[in-house]
Design a binder for this molecule. Structure first.
Ligand code: U2F
Length: 459
């Protein structure tokens, strides 16, 4: 990688919900390692900034500075229990809050912002960049396929019409013949069309083709066909992932609740890891069914569990502690667990970061998607890449979970999934080498956009 000398000031606008801030910070760390003279002002909510900058050990990256912006909540606001509400308030205030933050950072640093990097969700960053006459680089935190779907939003609406028939295929889109309307994120066809998230995603799909470059946390060889289609839609499409493999590597979590030591005492590829990411949670009857399947099948497991322990079958936690067959922890060092040779399968909600981490760990997946890009990601894992299986009927039952666990851990199909995933793992490792595609795209971002010699032609 080239070490550029360039004194730019880059503003980074964060979507401060779910796991979005973390890969964006990894992305910025990655750029800042190549361009150490560039100053990065990282705008997010105070709560998110404080936990992120503690977790993601930012030592040695003095050129990345967090700035807190307003959450948009009225003073008298009391949380109603609807998680979409704070997002809605944030989005309404965000253009103004970010502008104010940028003005403060410019005054402090003494440099005008010369490039805007934002979470791709923040479509209005396109207008801000246009106003400021600077490049806009939206960063997409999920995979190629959901991105393509959002850019093709209007075409899909037109083709599928308002019938709401979930069984219609998406074969009119290149590379999507195995997909159905039911795999689409809500808000594309008939469901929740007017919700703030659906409106945001629609506007995003319209604005992204105007971006100077769109960056994605993925590697090109993972989905060549769709990557090729996306290149036709954007001025520049940059694969900059998987971010957990790109230097500088994220810091290892030292506190792992004893999981790694426990894991190391098992046979190779024998343990199940269960996590549904930072937002989703299994409903109580599915939680109980999964626990029963693990117990009855005697599958060793690590469960990263956020929820109500009362929903487990009676005595499950006590028995698990006593017989040592599993570990239930509030948070796990997921990437390290997935990279351990004893890990055999990942039961996941199909969040993009989890998928990438499973691929780079070489671990097949059992999929229980909930919403957004997750059903589409599941179909990709199952029908396109063939490195994962969905739970029977879309919800966890005891017999369905046992079948899926057996399939992944002790059948020929499971072994074949492992072999296929090891090919993707190799592609990912190649992509981040000095001659790899990810490195090449990162260098293009730094040399042609952030430290550009002159105004690029698309501005
Ligand atoms: C949203 O996804 P989530 O944040 O729910 O889930 P992931 O994308 O899988 O990211 C979860 C991250 O949290 C980490 C894990 C992942 O990097 O390693 N983690 C951990 O370190 N320890 C734990 O015990 C549990 C998790 C959204 F819901 C999805 O639909 C999107 O695909 C995703 C990306 O945009 O954001």
């Amino acid at each position: 990688m080239s070490n550029k000398s360039c004194s730019q000031h880059v503003a980074v606008l964060v979507f401060p919900f779910a796991s979005h801030p973390s890969p964006l910070l990894l992305f910025v760390r990655m750029i800042s390692a190549v361009a150490p003279d560039v100053k990065f002002s990282f705008f997010s909510l105070a709560k998110s900034n404080s936990s992120l900058f503690t977790k993601c050990n930012i030592k040695g990256f003095d050129n990345i500075k967090p700035y807190d912006v307003w959450d948009g909540l009225p003073e008298s606001y009391v949380f109603s229990g609807n998680p979409l509400e704070p997002i809605d308030f944030f989005l309404k205030a965000a253009p103004g809050s970010f502008k104010k933050g940028i003005a403060e950072a410019e005054a402090e640093i003494g440099h005008k912002v010369g490039c805007l990097i934002s979470d791709a969700f923040l479509w209005f960053a396109c207008d801000m960049a246009e106003e400021m006459q600077i490049p806009w680089v939206p960063f997409w935190t999920s995979g190629q396929r959901p991105l393509f779907i959002h850019v093709a939003n209007d075409v899909i609406k037109e083709k599928l019409g308002a019938s709401g028939d979930k069984d219609q295929t998406l074969e009119f889109l290149p590379g999507f013949s195995a997909f159905l309307a039911s795999d689409l994120p809500g808000g594309i066809t008939t469901e929740n069309l007017g919700s703030p998230i659906a409106v945001m995603m629609h506007k995003m799909g319209l604005k992204l083709p105007k971006a100077t470059a769109v960056a994605i946390n993925s590697f090109q060889d993972l989905d060549l066909e769709v990557a090729f289609e996306l290149k036709k839609k954007f001025h520049k499409f940059l694969h900059v992932g998987p971010l957990t493999l790109t230097p500088p590597l994220p810091p290892k979590i030292s506190e792992d609740n004893g999981c790694l030591e426990w894991l190391g005492n098992h046979k190779p590829a024998s343990v199940a890891y269960i996590s549904f990411g930072s937002v989703a949670a299994l409903p109580p009857h599915e939680l109980a069914a999964l626990a029963e399947a693990l117990e009855e099948g005697g599958f060793p497991f690590i469960w990263s569990f956020r929820g109500n322990e009362k929903d487990f079958p009676e005595g499950f936690l006590e028995r698990t502690k006593q017989n040592g067959n599993g570990k239930v922890v509030p948070w796990a060092s997921q990437t390290q667990i997935l990279n351990n040779a004893c890990l055999g399968v990942f039961v996941t909600h199909c969040g993009w970061n989890s998928i990438l981490e499973s691929i780079t760990g070489g671990v097949p997946m059992i999929c229980r998607p909930f919403k957004a890009d997750q059903p589409l990601n599941m179909r990709t894992l199952e029908a396109v890449w063939k490195i994962g299986v969905g739970v029977e009927g879309g919800v966890v039952t005891k017999s369905g979970a046992m079948k899926a666990l057996q399939l992944c851990l002790s059948s020929k199909e499971g072994k074949e999934m492992r072999e296929r995933i090891s090919v993707f793992k190799e592609f990912a490792e190649e992509a981040v080498k000095s001659y790899g595609r990810t490195t090449e795209d990162l260098n293009a971002l730094v040399n042609e956009i952030i430290c550009r010699p002159s105004k690029p032609k698309w501005l």
